[in-house]
Design a protein around this ligand. Structure first.
Ligand code: PLP
Length: 264
């Protein structure tokens, strides 16, 4: 009888299957863990556009977390789209109640096609309520700029922003370089052992428009690695290899940015 380690994604649903909860479930499964989901918003979207968003009520988010945690406690949690301050508070209350060991948070703000996935009024709640609960936070450059108010134009700036975000109370920050020009270098500022260390993860830029769901894929891969007992640096390194492979084999599906491909 196989025993798989349970990993939970708390995120938005992308009905077209490329991002959000759907990307998370595929990633966690491909990397060998048992994938579960708490849906925070239902997003009517595809590879090209977002049509509409409906938020799940805070009661139903609370009940989904209760259902999962009281029956199959996850070893790690990945958190993605949290649209409103109300949703953020509901998720934070659940985290405080059930105390999962690892919490990887992708501070999703805007989809690649420009559609907002976090209301601007949520920024303060993100900073005060969500970020301090992260074992690893995975902002891209625009998200790190929004959180810190800094301008990021170099790898040194990515590190400085990472250090500023650590000061907000999370254990580690991966400032992703995908939005820079040239080589995509991700900078990890890791305070998970109580002493800050900095690591860079580089890969030549892959020339493709098919990158729908890359952030979701990376963050759920990190959560899966932590659930499997890896330390933060090893979990990020494996997740970077996984997302690179998923982009290299991304699918020519849909009219917009095609989805990453999940296999391992
Ligand atoms: N849709 C949902 C529900 C998401 O959580 C995310 C995550 O970041 C996205 C879309 C973003 O998709 P894209 O990778 O195309 O920006």
């Amino acid at each position: 009888m196989a025993i798989l380690i349970p990993v939970l994604s708390i995120a938005g649903s992308d009905c077209s299957g490329g991002a959000g909860i759907q990307a998370d479930l595929k990633t966690i499964s491909a990397l060998g863990c048992f994938a579960m989901s708490v849906v925070t918003s239902v997003v009517a979207e595809n590879t090209a556009r977002v049509i509409s968003v409906m938020d799940v009520s805070d009661e139903l988010i609370r009940d989904q977390m209760e259902a999962v945690f009281t029956d199959i406690p996850p070893k790690a949690v990945k958190i993605g789209m949290l649209n409103t301050p109300t949703i953020m508070r509901a998720v934070a209350t659940g985290l405080d109640t059930y105390q999962p060991e690892h919490v990887v948070i992708d501070p999703v703000m805007v989809a690649k096609n420009g559609a907002p996935l976090m209301q601007p009024s949520s920024m303060q709640e993100l900073i005060t309520t969500i970020i301090p609960r992260a074992s690893v936070l995975t902002p891209n450059i625009p998200e790190a700029e929004q959180i810190t108010g800094m301008q990021i134009q170099s790898v040194a700036d990515q590190e400085a922003a990472g250090r500023a975000i650590i000061a907000l109370g999370c254990k580690a920050v991966l400032v992703k370089g995908g939005h820079s020009t040239g080589e995509a270098i991700d900078v990890l500022v890791d305070n998970s052992t109580g002493k800050i260390t900095v690591h860079q993860f580089a890969h030549a830029r892959i020339q493709t428009k098919n990158t729908h769901g890359t952030g979701c894929t990376l963050s759920s891969a990190i959560a899966t690695g932590l659930a499997q007992g890896m330390n933060t640096v090893d979990a990020v390194a494996r997740a970077k290899r996984y997302v690179t492979m998923a982009i290299e084999h991304a699918l020519e599906l849909g009219e917009g940015n095609g989805p990453t491909h999940h296999f391992y």
